[in-house]
Write a protein that binds this ligand. Structure first.
Ligand code: ADP
Length: 292
């Protein structure tokens, strides 16, 4: 009797399932291997502007002459399409079934579960394995073409789900942690740093968003507290990359689907984001100041 005949059907099914996952992981690896730099953007909690930072950084990198793609893996609150001005654009596929990203201003390529939903109000009721498999499909079958940077906007939090997504990307260049300067954020940023350290990829640094509000007379007001991001960066010995101000035009632009960075290039926030993009280029392309 051959050994294979003794394998019960449920075990065979499990082996097949594992094989399929392996095959798809290999497909993801192959599909992403031509992309030079893959950066995951994460935050310990929602609402800190992670998607805004991802979208704006993508535009800034494109403005600096890089070819950029954004994968919106924040499956529960996909706000990237609107922030990047591509909401409602139809997603196309190639004849051989590969998914074509939509093209945002400055030629940035965008792929998001949000683009694939029939309407903005459609709830994404997928949980755990299903959402991960949707992202795995996007990673395996997206036709990115030539890219210098792929920015991956992760769901907020630092649990198993985020881990599963990032671990699909074998040669991640690094992570960026986005936070706001409140005291509560300090605890979640510490968690995010510990999470990022598990990933075998360098932490490129911390970006503090909504750091202050600047009045027309030039005075700065630290609405959520001052300096928490910088302090935590020092404590954990990771680079502190930027302090982005609160600007009511940011949420207005995001709500109306006009990319802030493109619409208000002369604003203080846009200039700071441009400096942030230059720092990222410096860190990853010159491999300087990278904190393991
Ligand atoms: P997250 O991805 O962390 O959940 P979002 O990027 O969706 O957060 O931002 C949450 C809300 O805050 C959005 O309405 C966005 O327009 C707004 N926002 C983000 N950053 C700023 C800022 N610096 N100033 C004003 N509003 C901001």
């Amino acid at each position: 009797m051959s050994a294979s005949r003794n394998v019960p059907p449920e075990v065979k099914a499990r082996i097949e399932a594992i094989k399929k996952i392996r095959e798809q992981e290999e497909r993801v690896r192959k599909n992403l291997e031509k992309i030079k730099y893959k950066i995951a953007i994460l935050s310990g909690k929602g609402g800190v502007g992670k998607s805004f930072v991802t979208a704006s950084l993508a535009f800034a990198l494109a403005y600096l002459g890089r070819q950029v793609g954004v994968l919106d893996a924040d499956i529960y609150g996909p706000s990237i399409p609107k922030m990047m001005g591509v909401a409602g654009q139809p997603v196309m596929a190639t004849d051989d079934g590969r998914i074509l990203p939509v093209i945002a201003p400055l030629g940035v390529k965008v792929l998001s579960i949000g683009i694939m939903l029939p309407s903005e109000d459609t709830p994404v009721i997928w949980r755990g394995p299903l959402s991960t498999s949707a992202i795995r499909e996007m990673l395996a079958y997206a036709e990115w073409g030539t890219l210098d940077y792929l920015l991956i906007d992760l769901p907020p939090g630092t649990g198993d789900e985020q881990l599963t997504i990032v671990q699909l990307i074998k040669d991640l260049t690094g992570t960026i942690i986005v936070t706001i300067p409140s005291d509560v954020s300090r605890i979640v940023v510490a968690k995010a740093i510990n999470f990022a350290r598990k990933l075998n990829a360098p932490i490129l640094g911390i970006v503090e968003n909504m750091s202050y509000f600047k009045c027309p007379d030039g005075s700065k007001h630290y609405i959520f507290g001052e300096g928490a991001g910088r302090k935590i960066a020092e404590k954990y010995n990771v680079p502190f990359l930027a302090e982005i101000p609160i600007d009511p035009r940011i949420s207005r632009a995001n709500d109306s689907g006009e990319p802030f960075f493109v619409k208000y290039p002369d604003s203080e926030a846009a200039k700071i984001i441009l400096e942030l993009a230059k720092k990222i280029i410096d860190i990853v392309e010159n491999k300087e100041n990278v904190s393991e």
